[in-house]
Write a protein that binds this ligand. Structure first.
Ligand code: SF4
Length: 124
């Protein structure tokens, strides 16, 4: 499974309405918006170390009782063909997920993620 995580906001109250989430950031994007909110990560991903999945899993497991799920951002999460598999593994551990899209209209790699929409909690 190939999803690179470069940044993580451990606790976010604003990325998914009504939920407490951890937000994960992927480095890639196929756009170069002049107003990009995360241009350093998009243009110079090599400057950001990868976060090990074991570290993310451990964090989520320890906080399972009060973190409702994860939100994916970036960068453009739907550039990763393995994203549905990544989310399935998160779901299998009891968390919800939400691919927080930016301003793109990229094709949905797994038929599950829609531009600007939240992923329903039990979809899967
Ligand atoms: S789509 Fe989003 S992440 Fe990509 S360049 Fe534009 S603002 Fe940045």
């Amino acid at each position: 499974m190939n999803v690179t995580i470069k940044q993580m906001i451990e606790t976010s109250l604003i990325d998914w309405e009504g939920k407490i989430v951890s937000t994960l950031y992927v480095p890639s994007c196929n756009f170069r918006c002049p107003y990009c909110y995360n241009c350093d990560l998009i243009l110079y991903p090599e400057n950001f170390p990868n976060i090990a999945q074991s570290e993310i899993d451990s964090f989520l497991l320890e906080r399972k009782d009060f973190i409702d799920g994860i939100c994916m951002s970036g960068g453009e999460p739907t550039l990763y063909p393995d994203l549905p598999t990544y989310f399935k593994k998160i779901r299998d551990k009891g968390h919800q997920d939400n691919s927080k899209k930016g301003e793109t209209d990229n094709p949905d790699p797994g038929g599950r993620f829609r531009s600007g929409n939240q992923l329903p909690a039990q979809q899967g």
